[in-house]
Every structure is written in structure tokens, then in C-alpha cells.
Write a protein that binds this ligand. Structure first.
Ligand code: HPA
Length: 238
């Protein structure tokens, strides 16, 4: 048994790939609806982690919580203490481009951030957090196969959901950034530092351009498509 401050599990409790939604209840839902023989392998702080199989491949799902500090903690521990090679964030995002519609899927090729997370690496310039190319290439192939409406590009991992700066989205929009979420940049940086692989696959839950939001049913449908892309990618790269 390995006990870190946030995970208590056997060293080989997790698959090579961990899918990481923000919400612990979503982790449970995925385990119950997509994995075979899913077993709860971690439940510290209610951050439910499950391992089961999908098309015969051992795959895990564990929640990250919201924001860069929490995904930073869980991805660090999974990469460094539990032999995990790939972490795929599966989450929701708010669009800041007209062409990125609610229910679309966004594959985060790069993750800009307004967070100071990279300062720990003491680099003499700006680090560019990017997705793992092999994971991204496979996810794109799976998105094509599924006939999904998807975009690949830069996303913004923001430290704030409620920002006092009402014009900042406009600046990121001008730089071609597609959408905003709150975790990918820290995940990409941890993967880079650990020599591991990471990818964020997102569904657009709301548009910060039009104010449009998805209904619960629509969210479920685009969630299903995102899940199938992520699971089939995990199987292909195992
Ligand atoms: N901002 C940050 N994260 C999000 C958003 C948003 O507008 N929508 C879904 N996740």
C-alpha cells in the first residue's frame, strides 16, 4: 500500500491511463457506466478513484477537483508514485470564440494560463504547456471516427471563474484562444516535468460570447461523445 497525503492505494491500483473529470460524482458515474468490474481504489476527501477495464484494457478514472492546485496535486502523485503514464482530463469549458459552439468538443493542444504555477520551475522565460502529441493525435483520430464537431487549439486555464477583470476574455480571444477552463495548464506542466503524457478533452458547456448554455440532456450527449473519444484513445495508446 502506498500512502501519499491525498491517495491511499496499492502501487499498481491504477491503469496506465487515468481519465480525470473534475467532479467526484462524475468519476463514479463513469466507473459505473463505462468500465467493467470497476473497483473503488481511492476515496480520500471523497476524490473517488476507480479502476476497471474498457474493451479489455485496464483504465482508471479519478476526479481532480476544480482548479490548478488540486489537479496539480493529484496528477503529481499519480505520475510519481503510482506508475501512471497518461492522464486525460475530461471536463467542461466556456467558449470565447463564435466558431466554438456549445456541445462542441475542444482538444487542448496548448494551455495558456494566468496562473503563476510555472514559477516553481525557475525558468528564465515563459514555458508553453502543450498536450502530448501521441495522445492528441489519437484523440483527433477518434473524434473524426465519431463524427464529432471538434476543435483543436489553444485553451486558457484560468485561476478565476469569477474575475473582476471584465475585459480579459477579449484579450485571450484576440490571440485565438478557443475557450476557458481551470486545470489543463497545471496538468500539462506536471506531465512535462515528470516525462509523462497528458491531454485535455473538453465539452463546451457554455458560451461566454453568446451567453448560451447547454441543457442537462445536451450536456449528457456531448459528455457521451467525449467519453468515447477518451476511452478509445486510452485503449489505442495502452
Ligand atoms: N470558465 C472557467 N471554467 C469553465 C467555464 C468558464 O466559463 N465554463 C466551464 N468551465
Amino acid at each position: 500500500m502506498i500512502t501519499t497525503p491525498h491517495i491511499n492505494a496499492e502501487k499498481d491500483a491504477f491503469g496506465k491511463t487515468v481519465l480525470m473529470p473534475g467532479d467526484p460524482l462524475r468519476s463514479k458515474f463513469i466507473a459505473e457506466n463505462y468500465l467493467e468490474n470497476a473497483k473503488l481504489v481511492n476515496n480520500i476527501r471523497g476524490i473517488q478513484g476507480y479502476t476497471g477495464t474498457y474493451k479489455g484494457t485496464k483504465i482508471s478514472v479519478m476526479a481532480s477537483g476544480m482548479g490548478m492546485p488540486t489537479i496539480g496535486i493529484y496528477s503529481y502523485e499519480l505520475f510519481n508514485f503510482f506508475n501512471v503514464e497518461n492522464i486525460m482530463r475530461i471536463g467542461s469549458t466556456g467558449s470565447i470564440q463564435e466558431k466554438v459552439k456549445v456541445r462542441d468538443i475542444v482538444i487542448g493542444m496548448g494551455a495558456c494560463t494566468n496562473s503563476n504555477y510555472a514559477s516553481q520551475y525557475q525558468l528564465t522565460g515563459t514555458f508553453a504547456p502543450i498536450a502530448s502529441y501521441p495522445l492528441m493525435r489519437e484523440a483527433i483520430a477518434q473524434a473524426e471516427k465519431a463524427g464529432a464537431s471538434y476543435h483543436v487549439g489553444n485553451i486558457l486555464s484560468s485561476d478565476t471563474f469569477y474575475s473582476d477583470n471584465k475585459t480579459e476574455n477579449e484579450s485571450w480571444k484576440k490571440m485565438g484562444v478557443l475557450c476557458i477552463e481551470m486545470e489543463a495548464a497545471a496538468l500539462y506542466m506536471n506531465a512535462a516535468r515528470c516525462g509523462k503524457k497528458a491531454l485535455a478533452i473538453l465539452t463546451v458547456s457554455d458560451s461566454l460570447v453568446t451567453g448560451e448554455e447547454t441543457t442537462a440532456e445536451e450536456r449528457q450527449n456531448s459528455f457521451t461523445q467525449m467519453m468515447e473519444i477518451a476511452l478509445n484513445t486510452a485503449v489505442a495508446v495502452d
